[in-house]
Design a protein around this ligand. Structure first.
Ligand code: PMP
Length: 442
């Protein structure tokens, strides 16, 4: 009997035994094209020798030194390369072990900042519906995904959730994309005025929404307007780039394409690229100095933060993304994938929307293209697509997102940056087959 607590099923899933390039292989020898990197993790693909050697070398040199006593060369090097390539104004790096630790730290950092600044009444976070920021209590409270929150209501913190920027469903007929972007962002101001801006510490959002909405890109001007509103009311802007950051959309940070810089940014997933568990929170000197000149330190921390082997992996991954010119490749291969998806699914009776940036793409499925009516959640379409794709040897990331009780099924694609054209063909063929099979069974 296995003693593992399986993640989503009663049954134990197949045993993965190796990975090479864009493929994972199980114990029976079956190959799976990894078109989602689990969930946007494996940006360099599997078996990257340079990253593996960096981790091995670091373990030989120094495996662990507690950050309460020491800094380490890989942690310093990783912080340097991140700051050298981060949006303007981000100057400090706080290394953690994953995405939820990064977002949780961001929430606590924002809170401590306001306490140090003498505004302890600022205790509220405003976030968005249909978002995901992690599974720890603070991060889950900020997330607006009803399904993930459902059983934990009494444990969650009181936060506000405004509508996401969701052109496909929320843009009005006759409204331009820019007008919609402005209106969607103005929901933040309305909520600030409703709750009292002096009680709000931060607004938190994913620049391109991943797990809960399927590569949902913001309307033009949305984040610029959000930044203006945050500045007007002195509210910190936290951008959660755990999924969309580290080159996934074609720039190291997704927000670069929206022309905004946050006060705090969270990254993870692609930072370790699957070679080590690592995440990071980046913040401005203004925030850091307020803590250092106040209490003298951030009242937070985890035993494994800044782990040298994880930092060495992160440094090697960021070095590879930048040094191997993978960002332009994400753009070209992203466009190649988008073109194939448009070709195959553009006229599909049950595909309502195709969206995304770079190698971060989403397909929203609908029962009826005209009315945009989603499938009845009881049909479990996303789960059926995941199963059919997996059987066919394709790993993709289907999910259901809920907004105001309306459920939509979507598929998220986030293949490795090294994906070749023939593998894009294989991806689209297998996905098409899986969607057809799932629709026939739904
Ligand atoms: N934020 C976002 C945007 C995410 O997509 C995720 C993971 N799906 C997290 C936070 C949480 O990261 P982790 O699973 O590493 O805790």
């Amino acid at each position: 009997m296995s003693h593992i607590f399986p993640r989503h099923t009663r049954q134990l899933p197949p045993m993965a035994v190796s990975g090479q390039g864009c493929y994972l292989i199980d114990e029976t020898g079956k190959q799976y094209l990894d078109a989602s990197g689990g969930a946007a993790v494996s940006c360099l693909g599997h078996g990257d020798r340079e990253v593996i050697e960096a981790v091995k070398g670091q373990l030989d040199q120094l495996a662990f030194a507690h950050t309460g006593f020491f800094t380490s060369k890989p942690a310093e090097d990783l912080a340097d390369i991140l700051i050298a390539n981060a949006p303007a104004g981000l100057d400090r790096v706080y290394l953690v072990s994953g995405g939820s630790e990064a977002t949780e730290a961001a929430i606590k950092l924002a809170r401590q900042y306001w306490v140090e600044k003498g505004e302890p009444q600022r205790g509220r976070v405003i976030a968005r519906k249909q978002s995901y920021h992690g599974n720890t209590i603070g991060a889950l409270s900020a997330g607006g995904n009803e399904w993930r929150r459902a059983q934990f209501g009494p444990l969650l913190l009181d936060m506000s959730h405004i509508d996401p920027c969701y052109e496909y469903r929320l843009r009005q007929p006759g409204e331009s994309a820019e007008e919609y972007g402005r209106r969607a962002a103005d929901a933040l101001e309305a909520e600030l005025l409703r709750v009292g801006p002096e009680t709000v510490m931060a607004f938190m959002a994913e620049p391109v929404v991943g797990a809960t909405a399927g590569a949902l890109t913001p309307a033009p001007g949305y984040f610029k307007r959000i930044r203006e509103i945050c500045d007007r009311y002195g509210v910190l802007l936290i951008l959660d780039e755990v999924m969309c950051g580290m080159g996934r959309t074609g720039t190291l940070f997704a927000c670069e394409q929206d022309g905004v810089a946050p006060d705090i940014a969270c990254i993870a997933k692609g930072l370790g690229a699957g070679y080590q568990p690592i995440g990071a929170m980046l913040c401005s000197s203004e925030i850091y100095d307020a803590l250092i000149n106040g209490s003298g330190f951030f009242q937070h921390g985890h035993t494994y933060m800044g782990h040298p082997a994880a930092a060495a992996a992160g440094r090697a991954v960021v070095g590879a993304i930048l040094g191997r010119d993978l960002l332009p490749r994400v753009k070209t291969q992203g466009e190649a994938l988008a073109a194939r998806l448009a070709d195959r699914f553009g006229q599909h009776a049950h595909v309502g929307d195709l969206r995304g940036r770079g190698l971060f793409r989403g397909i929203e499925l609908v029962e009826d293209r005209e009315t945009k009516a989603p499938f009845d959640p009881s049909k479990g379409l996303a789960g059926k697509i995941k199963k059919a794709a997996f059987e066919a040897g394709l790993i993709c990331y289907p999910m259901s997102g809920t907004i105001d009780g309306r459920q939509g099924d979507h598929v998220l694609l986030a293949p490795p940056f090294i994906i070749e054209d023939t593998q894009l063909d294989e991806l689209v063929d297998k996905l098409d087959g899986a969607i057809s099979k799932a629709l026939a069974a739904a």
